[in-house]
Design a protein around this ligand. Structure first.
Ligand code: ZN
Length: 331
């Protein structure tokens, strides 16, 4: 049990106060050596004990999971319970897709759109209209079939690295809650740059490791999703990554989201565990009960509001929404 972490992170959130590691692992994005240990934590979603370590680059501020699970072990961490939670979240959130469409159409109102990691195709389905020709990439063959049936889009079933699209194919590429799961972000970003038409835009959304919630909750923050999230971006490191392949920032903002209840559950579960009460891990729980939802709302309105008011608010909300553009070739 390590509730101290929450306290530590709250009162001691300066990057420079992290203990040094051996500095042998260079930053996978900018190459700088001397990364520092950022935090340790388990897979709280599944209630597992294995402890993971995150490192933070002192150059570009990227945070990454050191010793990530091997790709051959993926199925151990992406359980059926996890997939169920994710697709339920996507299918029950028209408001989420509406907001993203509104953001996107400020920059492009029509054209050819590719959604990276499109899951069961909820966003593509939402975008279905005469204005868009839709494509997706989905690693799971079942997911790809479901997405195709639901959205009418052309879905490539496989990895981004293996997708056969030609250079300059897309007006828009979207990537929502996916980049942080991928082993080779630089390679993915390079493909995005290749596939975009000159003037095309990339709309990417990732959790914000420098968010107020991330700092307050530390290893209890639900956005860590250890060990499924391999990279944890700040606005600065995301921008650095995109610019390193030649994309240019058009808009980058952070937004709050309402998932703070999950972080609170992780804290509560640990509190109960110290007195010998083992709760069912979040991945295997049903819908939150009414008393729990009421308690959560109360905490959100009172304790959490006070905590967040005094937390370092640099970086702000929990999600980073960024739009990058591929420049038109200069003559
Ligand atoms: Zn770096």
């Amino acid at each position: 049990m390590n509730l101290v972490t929450v306290q530590d992170r709250f009162s001691n959130s300066e990057v420079d106060s992290r203990p040094e590691n051996n500095g042998l692992e260079p930053c996978p994005i900018c190459g700088q050596s001397g990364a520092q240990e950022w935090l340790h934590g388990p897979d709280r979603l599944h209630g597992r004990q294995e402890n993971y370590t995150l490192l933070r680059c002192s150059g570009c501020s990227l945070v990454w999971l050191t010793k990530p699970p091997k790709p051959s072990e993926t199925h151990l961490h992406y359980t059926d319970a996890y997939h169920k939670l994710i697709s339920a979240g996507g299918e029950n959130s028209p408001e989420r897709w509406r907001a993203r469409k509104a953001t996107l159409t400020q920059y492009k109102e029509t054209g050819v759109l590719l959604d990276l990691g499109c899951s069961s195709g909820s966003f593509l389905e939402f975008m279905r209209s005469d204005s868009w020709k839709l494509y997706g990439i989905e690693i799971s063959a079942d997911g790809a079939r479901a997405a195709e049936a639901k959205s009418g889009a052309v879905i490539f079933a496989g990895s981004i690295a293996d997708a056969p699209f030609a250079r300059d194919s897309f007006d828009v590429i979207t990537c929502f809650d996916v980049l942080e799961h991928l082993y080779e972000p630089l390679q993915v970003m390079t493909r995005v740059e290749e596939w975009l038409k000159p003037g095309g835009v990339f709309y990417v959304l990732v959790p914000n490791i420098d968010s107020a919630e991330g700092r307050v909750f530390g290893s209890y923050w639900h956005g860590l999703e250890l060990p499924r999230h391999l990279f944890h971006y700040s606005p600065a490191s995301l921008k650095f990554l995109a610019e390193s392949v030649g994309l240019r920032e058009v808009s980058l903002e952070t937004r709050r989201n309402a998932a703070v209840g999950t972080s609170l559950r992780y804290v509560w579960d640990d509190v109960f565990r110290t007195v010998g009460i083992h709760q069912t891990p979040v991945a295997y729980r049903g819908e939150a009960s009414i008393p729990w939802r009421a308690a959560r709302k109360l905490v959100r309105m009172t304790v959490l509001r006070a905590l967040l008011a005094t937390a370092p608010l640099v970086g702000g909300g929990e999600s980073i929404h960024a739009i990058f553009r591929k420049e038109k070739a200069s003559a």
